[in-house]
Design a protein around this ligand. Structure first.
Ligand code: AMP
Length: 234
């Protein structure tokens, strides 16, 4: 799942993971966890993350390669925020070649001006990484995560100059990766300036068209009135 910071890729990756029964693997979340727990990985990644730069490829490749060995990835997985460079894409291809895995990449596109606005008013749950916009935060019961009940925080790298740097890094380093997948016919772009549900519906249509997977829409909010009626009837 591709998308600049603030495009909603984390939210959509989580929803798609739930719909397919696949783990949602976010390299950003894993790195933030390592930073918080002050592990060796966290110490190595700290300065890069705090300035909005990419963490070196070998560190991130090792995270992904370890994570994909786990049993819950045996049927499939959603990668969120990886690969972000051509060497990472090559590394992933070598992992996939070994496993005979197939790949589909989805990119959520949103203009920079909208991203800047969204990021500076974004609140994140430090436990489950769900994000909320400032308008929504008060509605989430006194700024608490509606799922975990813990206070929402603003990510340090969602602040002024760091946002600008992350957007620049995204466009400079990740665009070639998108071109790499586009040339291989594996990339589909999605308009991200819409509601979460509209974007998700679009993603589900693409998954149904381009793969033989059967996503199950588990969240009633995303099923629409017909889905709600079905659930109530059972
Ligand atoms: P994200 O939550 O995906 O925006 O990632 C937050 C930060 O983690 C990024 O700004 C990078 O510093 C680091 N990071 C996450 N994924 C990668 C990756 N694939 N390659 C390099 N750095 C990454």
């Amino acid at each position: 799942m591709f998308g600049p910071p603030g495009a909603g890729k984390g939210t959509q990756a989580r929803l798609l993971g739930e719909a397919l029964g696949y783990p949602h693997i976010s390299t950003g979340d894993i790195l933030r966890g390592a930073l918080k727990d002050q592990t060796e990985l966290g110490k190595k990644a700290k300065t890069f993350m705090e300035s909005g730069d990419l963490v070196p490829d070998d560190l991130v490749d090792a995270i992904v390669s370890d994570r994909l060995k786990r049993e819950d990835c045996s049927q499939g997985f959603i990668l969120d925020g990886y690969p972000r460079t051509i060497p990472q894409a090559d590394f992933l291809e070598s992992l996939f070649a070994k496993e005979g895995a197939r790949l589909l990449t989805l990119g959520i596109k949103v203009e920079n001006s909208i991203l800047l606005k969204r990021l500076s008013s974004r609140w994140t749950c430090p436990r489950c990484s769900r994000t909320y916009s400032e308008n929504l935060a008060p509605g989430t019961v006194n700024g608490l995560c509606s799922r975990c009940g813990v206070p929402l925080v603003q990510r340090e790298d969602d602040a002024g100059e760091v946002i600008a740097e992350r957007l620049l890094v995204y466009h400079n380093t990740t665009r070639p990766v998108i071109r790499y997948y586009r040339e291989r016919g594996l990339y589909v772009e999605i308009d991200g300036d819409r509601s979460v549900k509209e974007i998700f519906d679009n993603i589900i249509d693409i998954v149904r068209e381009r793969t033989d997977l059967q996503p199950q829409l588990r969240s009633p909010a995303l099923q629409g009135p017909a889905g709600l009626r079905r659930r109530i009837a059972h």
